[in-house]
Design a protein around this ligand. Structure first.
Ligand SMILES: Nc1ncnc2c1ncn2[C@@H]1O[C@H](COP(=O)(O)OP(=O)(O)OP(=O)(O)O)[C@@H](O)[C@H]1O
Ligand SMILES: [Mg+2]
Length: 254
């Protein structure tokens, strides 16, 4: 058996069921930046309420996969399907995918300068009755409550990350996509954000987390997938991955 057939089998393992009946399913997605072929046939199923760690080396295509799911213009999805609760996300623009409940928290956090914490949050509350209220957000993020009148960009890195996550929750959120939420943060702040992601999970929200800090991501994740040059090379439980030394060494450097 060559390496390619191993990859094909890994993909087949998650593509047996009808994607329109899954909570979330990405099937055979191919996406391009112009002529650069980056997301190369990724299939991914996620159950409601799960935390899935999406891992892989630098440049493996993790951010591109999240951007594809969120239906941003780049990379362009040219083949494949994406379904969330029976809705064909692959036919949607980014604003429609967001309205359907897919919220991407990008790596650079995008806190709006010149606005307070509270203004950053209220600006995200696009549709009344959808997403969390300010009271619910402040109950989960007491640090943001303390700093509600402070300009968002003057917060610490950890607090800005909390604000970026809170802003996603202020919208309709069924599937939360976190791109390197722990980047540049001290271990104690990482633990605090982990606690927040856990409490989000208890509220029934499903999360895909991309992290360089694979140990921290796997501590929380129910399942893990590994991408390599735009293709899935592993899908399984976080425990199976942690126990597989060769996968850990080859793709995660842990
Ligand atoms: N806007 C772009 N135009 C062309 N190629 C891009 C663009 N953005 C990313 N790429 C390329 O796509 C590939 C995957 O990049 P991507 O950012 O998705 O990887 P990643 O797994 O998130 O990496 P990292 O761990 O460094 O964040 C890389 O080869 C990268 O150079
Ligand atoms: Mg990335």
């Amino acid at each position: 058996m060559n390496f390619m057939s191993v990859k094909r089998e890994a993909i087949a393992a998650v593509t047996e069921t009808d994607p329109s009946k899954a909570f979330f399913a990405m099937r055979n997605a191919h996406a391009y930046y112009g002529e650069s072929y980056i997301v190369q046939g990724v299939s991914l199923d996620v159950q409601q309420g799960e935390i899935v760690a999406l891992l892989g080396r630098n440049g493996a295509g993790k951010t591109s996969t999240l951007r594809t799911i969120a239906r941003l213009d780049d990379p362009e999805l040219r083949q494949g399907e994406i379904w969330l609760e029976g809705k064909p996300i692959h036919t949607m623009k980014a604003w429609q995918a967001s309205r359907a409940g897919i919220q991407l928290v990008p790596e650079d956090r995008r806190i709006i300068a010149g606005l307070t914490v509270e203004e950053n949050l209220t600006l995200s509350q696009v549709a009344p009755g959808h997403g969390w209220s300010l009271d619910e957000i402040y109950a989960h993020f007491p640090r943001l409550a303390d700093r509600r009148k402070q300009e968002g960009v003057t917060l610490s890195g950890g607090e800005q990350q909390m604000l970026a996550v809170a802003r996603a929750l202020a919208r309709e959120v069924k599937l939360l996509l976190l791109d390197e939420p722990y980047e540049g943060l001290a271990p104690v702040i990482v633990k605090e954000i982990e606690g927040i992601v856990h409490s989000i999970k208890e509220r029934g929200i499903t999360t895909i987390i991309v992290e360089q800090n694979a140990v921290a991501a796997l501590r929380m994740a129910d399942r893990a997938v590994i991408l390599d040059t735009g293709e899935l090379v592993f899908a399984g439980s976080a425990r199976d991955l942690l126990e597989n030394e060769s996968l850990r060494k080859e793709y995660l450097a842990i």
